[in-house]
Design a protein around this ligand. Structure first.
Ligand SMILES: [Zn+2]
Length: 221
């Protein structure tokens, strides 16, 4: 599964399907793009839908995808990345309408269920938008995030008390960012050497020998 590649905490219930889609993207050195080749995409989708069906208690169709569908899946992934970024105020402008059908089906006790409909990748789009809406209603949506490390962007479910996590893993992406900030600070200060007094720099973060002091918001996993 895509999310398991990152070792991230998975979103609860059907929301994990949205997270799965986001985590199909290639990342750093350890993960290829699962939506590049139809056989990888098919394997991923079959597993993801089986899991979704189990947690949602709804049947999932067997979706057989072509290379054209792969393009639709990648577009869908970009759309949901934008929905996530919009929630974090990291995107300008409004999002286009989803334009997908869903069925509202009351069960024997009168509870209305939102059931995805449509054929092929349209069904998947329906399921993803339905899960996004349900997660927003349940207050879970703001906890589904993309790692702030732009080379990573792993989708993780933030379980920190105040929902302040920004890294999918503090010990990898958090440390990388701190090291980069430290080097940048050093470079800027080095440029003004001799003109103003050299400010006191903290020692460089020692990767692998304990976490460096963190500045700013950090993930709390
Ligand atoms: Zn990360």
């Amino acid at each position: 599964m895509a999310s398991a590649r990152h070792g991230v905490r998975e979103a609860p219930g059907g929301l994990a399907l949205v997270q799965e889609l986001l985590n199909t993207r290639a990342t750093m050195h350890y993960g290829a793009d699962l939506l590049l080749h139809a056989d990888d995409g098919q394997r991923w989708l079959t597993e993801a839908l089986a899991t979704w069906s189990r947690v949602s208690g709804l049947p999932a169709p067997t979706l057989l995808i072509s290379s054209n569908d792969m393009r639709s899946l990648r577009r869908l992934r970009t759309t949901f990345e934008n929905v996530i970024l919009a929630a974090g105020n990291r995107m300008d402008g409004a999002l286009p309408p989803a334009d997908v059908p869903v069925s509202l089906v009351p069960d024997a006790d009168g509870w209305v269920r939102m059931v995805p409909t449509g054929r092929g990748t349209r069904w998947l789009a329906s399921a993803l938008w339905a899960e996004a809406l349900l997660a927003q209603q349940a207050g879970l949506w703001p906890r589904l995030k993309l790692c702030h490390n732009v080379d990573c962007r792993a989708a993780f479910f933030d379980t920190s008390r105040n929902n302040s996590g920004v890294w999918h893993d503090v010990s990898t992406c958090g440390n990388t960012a701190n090291l980069r900030a430290f080097r940048e600070r050093k470079r800027l200060l080095g440029g003004s050497d001799g003109q103003i007094g050299r400010p006191q720099l903290p020692g460089p973060p020692q990767l692998g020998s304990g976490p460096p002091p963190l500045s700013g918001p950090s993930g709390l996993r």
